[in-house]
Design a protein around this ligand. Sequence first.
Ligand code: HEM
Length: 118
Amino acid sequence: MVITNIWVMMHDENVYPDPFVFNPERFTGTNPQADPRECVFCICAGQHLAETSLWIQMVLPLATVTISKAVDEDGKTIEPKVEFTTAIVSHVEPFQYQITLRSLRNLALMRQILPDTV
Ligand code: HEM
């Protein structure tokens, strides 16, 4: 069995300069960098289902809340340290953040989705 290291391929400086910089523009314009989906999904039969499900899971919260950096008790922004675990599946290390409702109209909706937390 061969397990490919997709993380390394997605952080290859020769393909994606400054790979740790969040730069969605790298995939647009007249000279875009390689589409990561060709490598990440390879021959995946569930690509369209996976992409559509992830899209819905990401845009629903983003449509109703603002996610921002946390602030300390003096109101100073806490810069998150972006660190990842190392294992076959790499996860982002926990960090502090802040979630605020965009409008009170969304409160009822959030209570429906997260009844024990809002
Ligand atoms: C983000 C989510 C997903 C990623 C990153 C992903 C990635 C991959 C990759 C890299 C392969 C090729 C593995 C190999 O080299 O043999 C693969 C195969 C496959 N995936 Fe996914 N997958 C995802 C979600 C799904 C979902 C949701 C389904 C089904 C509902 C699915 C069904 C399959 C099937 C059936 C294959 C085997 C295809 C074949 O050998 O012809 N995948 N996937």
